[in-house]
Design a protein. Sequence first.
Length: 70
Amino acid sequence: MQVFTPSDIGIAIRLRRQELGLTQIELAERVGVGITYLSNIENGKETAEIGKALHILSMLGLNMYVEERV
């Protein structure tokens, strides 16, 4: 999945969370963030902290890459 916006990151997190059968509460507890933060990031809120977002992606077994556009 290509990521162009904060919403794209949120979609990736939501889909993976659902694939793993986790509720937002369960995932928030596992990664050590508040439920409001997790909800905000899943909904593409632009003020979400990138460090926390990367931690959530990592805990879900997802990688994010940056590469040069051609």
